[in-house]
Write a protein of this length. Structure first.
Length: 177
């Protein structure tokens, strides 16, 4: 499985973070609309990411729920029929939630920098330091820590959960009010 080091933080000022990342990043960003459906999965997370009517990715990953830089192990399979696959997986496993976001993707060396506008949650920044086979987790963590510093991200803003968990928790709080 591929590996990376991930870190996620809530941001209050999307435009200011865009500017900070834009100064560091290589080239112009890509704007990507993503519709992620998560399925019940006892050994990690399984999500179907719909990128277009005829383009999607089934992604299985394992990552601890903790704030700060954390390792993620994942595998990805492309599909030309995301809606049909969503239907089949929902019947087979049950859906655990759905996350709709607009992602602005910047690249900086081996790091993907995402500015995410998540429907129902707000704005976030996420790094994925993609590790090659020779790199240690500690080397990836050092890169993520350096970016935290360069972007002046306050540790209080770090998030320890996936967007789907944050949305599901928000939904439970709303329904109990």
């Amino acid at each position: 499985m591929a590996r990376n080091i991930e870190i996620k933080a809530r941001i209050d000022d999307f435009s200011a973070m865009y500017e900070k990342i834009g100064v560091l990043a290589e080239g112009l960003p890509d704007l990507i609309d993503q519709d992620d459906t998560f399925f019940i999965c006892p050994h990690g997370r399984l999500k179907l990411r719909t990128l277009a009517v005829d383009r999607g990715e089934l992604i299985f990953y394992q990552r601890p729920d903790k704030s700060g830089p954390k390792p993620s192990f994942y595998t990805l399979t492309e599909t030309a029929d995301p809606e049909g696959l969503r239907h089949t997986l929902t019947l087979a496993y049950g859906a655990a939630g759905r996350v709709i976001k607009q992602r602005t993707l910047f690249m900086l060396g081996q790091t993907r920098l995402h500015l995410d506008r998540v429907k129902g949650l707000g704005d976030y920044v996420e790094f994925e330091v993609m590790l090659d086979e020779q790199q240690t987790l500690e080397q990836g963590i050092a890169i993520a820590e350096d970016l935290l510093e360069k972007l002046h991200i306050d540790r209080q803003e770090l998030v320890d959960q996936a967007y789907v968990d944050l949305l599901n928790a928000k939904g439970k709080r709303s329904s109990s009010d």
